[in-house]
Design a protein around this ligand. Structure first.
Ligand code: PRP
Ligand code: ZN
Length: 287
């Protein structure tokens, strides 16, 4: 039953939705109907997309309602379901953090002793408080946690912070990080062979997508006698491509660099006489 395609669960609305769809799209998985509904079919990959509340995704995967899912690591850790973390996805980075009203005189974690903390992440929070040796009252709220202090429901909150704008607009300040999180791909432990092959295929595509996001394609012109020095700076995947320019004594060098290294390398390249340096995004990268 349902063994001929992969059921992929993603968040039906919220921070992860657009980026999850964008990643699937980059992996060649295109939805052929509008996604303002519970499920959608895809044209070019044997899969079905299920749009679910992110908090429910781990349980649905454990039960086999969905085969794989894209969800925040924070939700996976909180729900403690028996599911496989297939790969990290490198987007929707955020942190679970404690926050208090702006006028709360917070000095350190001891300031929360005996206080009421509202959260949708009671297990992670309890664990954190236990390790810090703090006794506090945890109030479990499933949505709009940020309004709990202003309506007198809690003294503090423990919630996801990404840009910080939700805290800001609710008169709260972040005081203590609890855990870092990002989107992850999770999977059911007991996929049949056919689905396992589809999952492997999906992970292969995701890895190409992830690598491409970390790397840039770089093109530059340089004096031919600087070739060796420049190769050492931008060795590339195997070795750089070198093309002669029409102007004698000059060459064009093409390679890839890690985004993070770019600003450090750029000055060294200029010192080697490099000119006309172009850095362009890469869409897919397969080593
Ligand atoms: C979180 C959190 C805030 C928002 C914070 O919700 O509950 O609402 O993100 O983001 P900001 O710092 O950029 O303002 P999430 O997307 O995890 O979805 P949820 O509705 O399932 O809690
Ligand atoms: Zn949620």
């Amino acid at each position: 039953m349902n063994s001929s395609y992969l059921k992929i669960a993603i968040q039906k609305s919220g921070r992860l939705l657009e980026k999850s769809l964008a990643m699937l799209n980059e992996c060649g998985i295109r939805i052929n109907s509008g996604y303002n509904q519970l499920r959608a079919v895809c044209d070019n990959f044997p899969c079905e997309i299920l749009f679910l509340r992110d908090d429910d995704i781990p349980a649905y995967i454990e039960d086999g309602v969905a085969d794989v899912g894209i969800v925040g690591e924070n939700v996976v850790v909180e729900k403690q379901k028996d599911i496989l973390l297939a790969t990290r996805l490198g987007f929707a980075q955020c942190r679970l953090a404690l926050a208090v009203p702006r006028d709360f005189a917070y000095t350190d974690i001891k300031s929360l002793e005996g206080k009421r903390i509202a959260t949708s992440y009671p297990k992670i929070l309890q664990n954190f408080l236990d390790e810090a040796g703090i006794q506090a009252e945890i109030h479990i709220i499933s949505g709009s946690v940020e309004i709990a202090p202003s309506i007198g429901l809690a003294d503090a909150i423990c919630d996801i912070v990404s840009t910080g704008s939700t805290l800001l607009s609710n008169g709260l300040k972040e005081v203590q990080p609890v855990m870092k999180s990002e989107a992850v791909l999770v999977a059911n432990h007991h996929l049949n062979d056919f689905k396992q092959k589809l999952l492997d295929k999906l992970i292969f595509r995701i890895n190409a997508y992830k690598k491409a996001r970390y790397y840039k394609y770089i093109l530059l012109n340089a004096p031919a006698d600087q070739l060796q020095a420049i190769i050492e700076l931008i060795p590339g995947m195997k070795s750089p491509t070198v093309l002669p320019l029409a102007e004698p004594g000059w060459i064009s060098i093409h390679s890839v660099i890690q985004e993070d290294d770019f600003w450090e390398i750029i000055e060294k390249l200029q010192a080697c006489g490099a000119q006309g340096i172009l850095v362009v995004p890469i869409e897919k990268m397969i080593l």
